[in-house]
Every structure is written in structure tokens, then in C-alpha cells.
Write a protein that binds this ligand. Structure first.
Ligand code: PBG
Length: 328
């Protein structure tokens, strides 16, 4: 049957019928809120290029956690900002390092309230800003994954719930899994950033954690956005090495990748709506070019529709509040 017998608008004529047939959902439990934790006390620095996001000392992270709890947000991912840096990032591999300290405090104050994910990378801790150990002007894969595994053990000891390596080295999932198991953390999941493009959308984040490479770029380890197939091998490899779920980032310019990953692999997918994607919405709103809340929700639904099961997003608090109003 075709027009005029078939009229597709019948399923859109009013709100009730639209609600009845819609099949993409978004709820607060899908959201993961990124937190930037820094050293010191009573510190709350707004990050210029990420309006509404802050570098927070641990005491203020705990204040934020109270707000998150009120809004029903259960999942957080922690990024460390460290004034102490060295050549390899090894400086992060102890219980006194900023992220293990923050995790311990969060777990002490909010027993069982939050799923705490830790981003595992060296770039916040290296003097040169690259994600690993540099040998002959190149990030050395096999030395770097040793440091990442050490960092992961410290995070595990601090009580983290999920390890999320974001470095894009080969073999890091396997080594981290092996070391975690050897240290008795057999139940601790690894959610690697399996698909991470060398993207300019990370700009505001690098300002936030002071992790821009002092020289060169990250193209020899992060993926080339002009390649549409290598993501499959990256995911396959991580799953073979023991990944429990995968993270894809950025999200918005990579919805095709999320969708193809969903069709090919039966594994939970987390999309990272990264800093540049967030800041563009904020800037558009400030200029009064777009209606922020509606654009934000449309973006979130597009990421869910592509096949993501969960979303890491700086908008998480705003979304949780918008979902309560139930009109977007
Ligand atoms: C660390 C890391 C980065 C992001 C998450 N983990 C920056 C990078 O790889 O340069 C980016 C997140 C964002 O832009 O919101 N390697």
C-alpha cells in the first residue's frame, strides 16, 4: 500500500501515539559524569573552555558527589590533574597520587553510592604531555603499558570499580588483566577506550588537565579518522585481551562507528560525548544560536539511537534534571 492509503503521519499525530511507538530511551542510569580532581584544598577552578566544569580538590569533589546523588547520577569517571610530573608517568603509581586518594575519599563518604570509573593514562603525569614513555622521539608501546598496569593496580587497591585505559597502546588490556588477576582483582572489570580517534574535539579537556603534548601530536597512537575500518580490529583485539565492555570516542562525529560496532559485537558500548562536543553546545547557547536543552537532548538520543548503552557526558547533571521535567 502506498499513499493515500498509507499515511505515516498517523503515528505522529499526537503526543500519546508518539510516546507509544518511540523506541529509543534515555535514563539517568545511562549517564556517566566526568570529574576533574586536583591537589590542594578548597579549590574550585572553572575550566574556561568547559563552562560549568571545574578542577576540584577532593573536598569539593565530595560536595559535587552530594549534588550528583541528589540528581540520581550513579556513575562517575575520574581524571587526575597532577602538579607532579615525570618522564614516564610512573609518579602516578602510588596510593598518594591524586586519583587513588580521591577514590578512597569518595568510597569512604559514599559507601556503595557510586560506580567509580578511573581513566587510566599517563598524559596528566608526564612532563612532555604524551601518553607514555618516549624513546627516540616515539611513545614506546611496551614500556608504556607496564606503567599503565602499575597505575591500574594502585587504582584497584584504592577501591575503583572499573578500569578504563585511554592510551591506545597495543596489548594494554591483556597486561592490565594479567596483573590485576595476579594481585587478586579478578572481579574488577576493564572498559578500555577501544576506539579513540586522534581528535581535535579533545581540545578543552587538554586545557582542563594540562595534558597537551608539548611537541608533536598523538597520531601515532590514537586512530586516524580517515580510516573507516580499523576500529573493528581495535575492538576485536581488546575483546580478545579481556575487555568487558568498550568505550568509543568522540561520539557525535562517530555515530557511524558506534552503530557498526553495535551491529557487529555483542558487547556493551559506552560513548564519550567529549569536551569539544559539549563546549560547542555551550558556545552556541551563549551566542543564542541554539536552544541548549533541546539540542543537548537531541544529541543524547542520537548517541543512544546509534547503539550506545551508556554515555560519558559533561551534560550529565543537566540531562538528569531535564529528564525529571519530562518534556524534552
Ligand atoms: C587521556 C584522555 C583524553 C580524553 C579522555 N582521556 C585526552 C586525550 O587523549 O588527549 C579526552 C576527553 C574529552 O575531550 O572530553 N588520554
Amino acid at each position: 500500500m502506498k499513499f493515500p492509503e498509507t499515511r505515516l503521519r498517523r503515528l505522529r499525530y499526537n503526543n500519546k501515539v508518539r510516546n507509544l511507538v518511540e523506541n529509543v530511551s534515555l535514563s539517568t542510569s545511562d549517564l556517566i559524569y566526568p570529574i576533574f580532581v586536583c591537589e590542594g584544598n578548597n579549590t574550585k577552578n572553572e575550566i574556561k573552555s568547559l563552562p560549568g566544569q571545574y578542577q576540584l580538590s577532593i573536598d569539593n569533589v565530595l560536595v559535587l558527589c552530594k549534588d550528583l546523588k541528589k540528581s540520581g547520577i550513579q556513575n562517575i569517571i575520574i581524571f587526575g590533574i597532577s602538579s607532579k610530573k615525570d618522564e614516564t608517568g610512573e609518579i602516578s603509581c602510588n596510593q598518594k597520587s591524586i586519583v587513588p586518594m580521591a577514590i578512597k575519599e569518595i568510597k569512604k563518604s559514599f559507601i556503595d553510592e557510586f560506580l567509580v570509573i578511573a581513566d587510566v593514562c599517563n598524559c596528566s603525569y608526564t612532563t612532555h604531555g604524551h601518553c607514555g614513555t618516549i624513546i627516540n622521539n616515539e611513545v614506546d608501546n611496551d614500556l608504556t603499558i607496564e606503567t599503565l598496569a602499575k597505575q591500574s593496580i594502585e587504582l584497584a587497591k584504592a577501591g575503583v570499580d572499573i578500569i578504563a585505559p585511554s592510551d591506545m597502546m597495543d596489548g594494554r588490556v591483556q597486561l592490565i588483566r594479567k596483573k590485576l588477576d595476579k594481585n587478586g582483582f579478578v572481579d574488577l572489570p576493564i572498559f578500555p577506550y577501544s576506539v579513540k580517534y586522534a581528535s581535535s574535539f579533545y581540545g578543552p579537556f587538554r586545557e582542563a588537565v594540562d595534558s597537551s603534548p608539548k611537541k608533536g601530536d598523538r597520531k601515532s597512537y590514537q586512530m586516524n579518522f580517515k580510516n573507516s575500518n580499523e576500529f573493528m580490529r581495535e575492538i576485536e583485539q581488546d575483546l580478545n585481551e579481556g575487555a568487558d565492555a568498550i568505550i568509543i570516542k568522540p561520539a557525535l562525529s562517530y555515530l557511524d562507528i558506534i552503530s557498526r560496532a553495535k551491529n557487529k559485537f555483542n558487547v556493551p558500548i559506552i560513548a564519550y560525548n567529549v569536551s569539544g562536543e559539549y563546549s560547542m553546545v555551550k558556545a552556541g547557547h551563549e551566542k543564542k544560536y541554539i536552544e541548549e536543552e533541546h539540542v543537548m537532548m537531541e544529541i543524547m538520543y542520537s548517541i543512544k539511537r546509534a547503539g550506545a548503552d551508556a554515555i560519558i557526558t559533561y551534560h550529565a547533571l543537566e540531562i538528569a534534571n531535564a529528564l525529571k521535567k519530562d518534556h524534552v
